[in-house]
Design a protein around this ligand. Sequence first.
Ligand SMILES: Nc1ncnc2c1ncn2[C@@H]1O[C@H](COP(=O)(O)OP(=O)(O)OP(=O)(O)O)[C@@H](O)[C@H]1O
Ligand SMILES: O=C(O)C(=O)C[C@H](O)[C@H](O)CO
Length: 310
Amino acid sequence: MQAEGTRSWDVLCLGEPLVEFSETTPGHYLRGFGGDTSNVAIAVARSGGKAAYATRIGNDEFGQMFVDLWDREGVDTSRVIRDESAPTGHYFVHQTDAGHRFSYARKGSAASLMRPGDLDASTIAQARVLHISGITCAISPSAAALAEQAAGLARQAGTRLSFDLNYRPALWSVDQARGVALSMLSQCDIALPSLEEAEMLFGLSDPEAIIDRVLSFGPQVVALTMGARGVFVATPQARRLIAPMSVDLVDASGAGDTFDGYFLSAMTAGDDLVEAAIRANAAAAFSTTRRGAVAGIPAGSEVEAGLRRA
Ligand SMILES: Nc1ncnc2c1ncn2[C@@H]1O[C@H](COP(=O)(O)OP(=O)(O)OP(=O)(O)O)[C@@H](O)[C@H]1O
Ligand SMILES: O=C(O)C(=O)C[C@H](O)[C@H](O)CO
């Protein structure tokens, strides 16, 4: 097993990056970047941690934009495969009275061609944490098989597995998602469910009861994100509700990813659970004050300044 001190990255994320077109005024879109696991990698890097990303992207302009973005952000791209046979995906995001809504153009994307073997044991052993989402598993059977293989390799390598379901109804049914979620919850060390997803999976709405249920699958750390109600963090020994920061909401897309990235980064830096959650809760709140998944992710210095003011 790789010694902790010799691991190259704090967090290795696996999934699909998507170019984002966010509607500003009717018919006008701002180009940005999204893709939940890529957002997490960028949040780790902005918070001061070492991040790497694993995916397939097309040999196209959108793929190149991502490589340039990750390079600018300091995210290691040595595990990004350029795939000649398919394009990089994109999506449109519209703000509605019920929150943000995604329309995807990702079917047959390069990332959906990810398959077992794309990540080997020695790559996974270089990371302290491997972060996978339900979206990684939903985009294709071969990507789901890779995620399952990577989770097994992480266990062997002593790399902690982090899982956020990020349920997206456009990608799969609740029953399909439940099967993957329950399997990943029983393998992961850090579970990052949202209140809405936990209600959908378990039919529970009381945060304490949800925490009990999620812990029963075996993770050592649970962070239940609750949108404008803040976050509930727990281990088998302790639990704490972190109140939300008060912010002027513009666009909540990517708030959960910002939380995940800041939380994982702080945990791997040795912060205790509550410190990590307070910092991540603040970062996620600040991310909602700007439009765009990646554009909203605050810099570490902004989070520190905000926490000092609070
Ligand atoms: N309106 C808000 N005010 C303050 N903090 C917020 C608000 N919305 C979100 N947050 C912060 O962001 C975190 C994540 O939000 P949420 O629970 O909506 O995540 P999510 O559903 O996983 O999001 P997504 O998958 O869309 O990125 C919350 O736990 C909280 O810390
Ligand atoms: O929904 C997806 O598949 C995305 O990854 C797009 C967004 O960036 C993501 O949902 C924000 O969490």
